[in-house]
Structure formats: structure tokens, C-alpha cells
Design a protein around this ligand. Structure first.
Ligand code: S3P
Length: 207
């Protein structure tokens, strides 16, 4: 399974993709292991992941994007055609793959919000690297996902009720899967990235 760590760079011709070389502001010795971000939809995994990637020079991977690329379909289509249980099995397969086939250089990994639902995924997340739960209030999640149209669990529904339910159901799962629980509702992206780097440094120093 080839993992995409390549991105288009600003100003590149339409059909050209090159390796993006970023000068890290704060390189981290993670002993080859990744930093993984978990949390509900809209909690900022992608945004924080980008900031962490820029800060550390580690490439950013996204489990949803990898699954979409491997299956060749967008997530809403996978949910509609194969069902949520199938999607969860794909997430497990990907975590196992990442555990047994580490990426060439350590990565920041942003995950889908429901990756913690399966017990084996929670165990895999703890084994894989340093896992961080971005804990954000339901009010903030509602604001941040207000314009979202590509999340099957938020389609044609009372979003507040969905978030309240997911928050109650998944809170214990995030706590179990993550090494760091970060109350991030009122933090700006860079402060979150700085804090995650500090904690990651402490975590990996123990190995
Ligand atoms: C899901 C979250 C989504 C995506 C899928 C299911 C969930 O990812 O994996 O729509 O169950 O919470 P994001 O958290 O990146 O939106």
C-alpha cells in the first residue's frame, strides 16, 4: 500500500507533483514513531496536523485520505455502499499496516473521528506512537463543521444531537486511546502545536 506523503507545492504546474521540502522549526526525535491526532469531527486534527508538520518537518498523513485513495471512492460513498462497519474494518487494517510497516520517515497522522470506536484500534493507536486527543466542546465543533458537506454522519440531521451523542459515546474511547488529553476548545492552532511538540519530546525521551 503506497502511502502518499507528496503534496502539490504552490505555483506548480497543474500536472506536476514534487516532494515538498520543509525546513523544520523544531525537529523532534520521535525514535521513528508517529504523532497521531484523534478527536471528534471538526476538532482540528487536519489543521493542527498541518501546523505540526510545518513545525517538525514530519510529513502529514490522513487516514481518511489514505482509505479514499486505496479504495478509490470518497468516504460518503464507502459508507453508503459498504456501510460504516466496513469503513471501520478498513481503519483497523490501515492502523495495523502502519504499525508493521513504518513510514520511511516518522509522520504526523490525522485520523477519522470514529477510529477509536473499535477496541483493537484503541490498542493499535497506543502502540503506534504518541497519540493526542484534541478535546473540543460541542459548541465549538458545531461552529467548525457548519459548512461541512462531506461527512456522512452529519448529513440531514440535527447536528447538535449527533455531536452530543458522539461526544458522550466516544469520550471514554479517546481517553483510552490517547497518551495526551488536550482541552483545545479555546486554544489557537499554533499553541496546540507547540504544546503537542513539548509533550511529544517528553514522551519519546523515555524510549
Ligand atoms: C467520522 C469522521 C470522519 C470520517 C467519517 C466518519 C466519524 O473524519 O472518518 O466521516 O465517525 O466521526 P473526520 O473526523 O476527519 O471528519
Amino acid at each position: 500500500m503506497p502511502l502518499q506523503t507528496r503534496r502539490r507545492y504552490a505555483g506548480a504546474p497543474e500536472n506536476e507533483v514534487r516532494l515538498m521540502v520543509v525546513a523544520p522549526i523544531h525537529p523532534l526525535d520521535t525514535k521513528g514513531r508517529p504523532i497521531i491526532l484523534v478527536g471528534l469531527m471538526g476538532c482540528g486534527k487536519t489543521t493542527v496536523g498541518k501546523a505540526l508538520s510545518k513545525r517538525t518537518g514530519m510529513p502529514l498523513l490522513d487516514t481518511d485520505a489514505i482509505i479514499e485513495e486505496q479504495i478509490g471512492k470518497p468516504i460518503p460513498e464507502i459508507f453508503a455502499e459498504q456501510g460504516e462497519a466496513h469503513f471501520r474494518a478498513l481503519e483497523t487494517a490501515l492502523l495495523r499496516y502502519l504499525l508493521y510497516n513504518p513510514t520511511p520517515s516518522p509522520a504526523v497522522i490525522s485520523t477519522g473521528g470514529g477510529i477509536v470506536v473499535r477496541p483493537e484500534n484503541r490498542e493499535l493507536l497506543r502502540m503506534l506512537g504518541f497519540t493526542v486527543w484534541l478535546n473540543v466542546s460541542v459548541n465549538a465543533l458545531l461552529v467548525r463543521t457548519a459548512k461541512s458537506t462531506n461527512r456522512p454522519l452529519l448529513q440531514n440531521t440535527d447536528r447538535r444531537a449527533v455531536f452530543n451523542r458522539l461526544d458522550a459515546e466516544r469520550r471514554p474511547f479517546y481517553k483510552e486511546a490517547a497518551h495526551l488529553w488536550l482541552e483545545a476548545s479555546c486554544m489557537d492552532v499554533n499553541s496546540v502545536a507547540v504544546r503537542v511538540c513539548e509533550e511529544a519530546e517528553r514522551f519519546f525521551a523515555a524510549f
